[in-house]
Ligand binder design. Sequence first.
Ligand code: PRP
Ligand code: URA
Length: 210
Amino acid sequence: MHTNVTIFDHPLITHKISVLRSVDTSCKEFRELIEEIATLMGFEALRDLPLEEVDITTPICKTKAKILSGKKLAIVPILRAGLGMTNGLLNLVPSARVGHIGLYRDHDTLEPHEYYCKLPDDIENRLVILLDPMLATGGSASAAVNFIKQRGCNHIKMMCIIAAPEGIERLAAEHPDVEIYCGCVDERLNEIGYIVPGLGDAGDRIFGTK
Ligand code: PRP
Ligand code: URA
């Protein structure tokens, strides 16, 4: 496996992903789980945020204490399904800016098509956390990383909940500098580009469109 890829093995994440997969999980539960899993994954993905030492006074004495050094973040969901993970990250870093990249996969070619891109002006100075629950062929994530890099940002972490081996291979090959965090890696893609066993169409399940 590539050095820039982290696969989570925490039982809480594994359990919640199993519930997420089930066809019997309601739209409401699905949405809640996507957000919770994003928070749990984000907690670990942000473990290298820099700290700085400041002087504080406790009720007992003066002391030095560490606080986040103000590294600027941008959370960037890939529409639609990445939206479901956004609040999960904002729960951890409420002051983060949020950009949006709109992409949909052509059902026949599986190629991603852009329909929207709005990123913070100063994205080049930020750490970008790119969100999409599904990394299937990797085409959408790779295209989204290209948009972000074109704006001058070179510090990107991609978080997905379920990945296919093919998607990890492609993203890691096209963008070896991007750190990839996956809740789990499934067996394969099927003939129409869905992850097996997967969870079906993440966008449709979050928004109840099917
Ligand atoms: C899904 C998913 C990813 C993409 C993954 O989105 O949310 O963005 O497919 O597939 P890939 O790795 O093969 O590119 P979809 O295109 O179905 O759009 P939606 O979120 O609007 O439903
Ligand atoms: N997009 C999804 O939402 N699900 C898959 O299995 C593959 C791509």
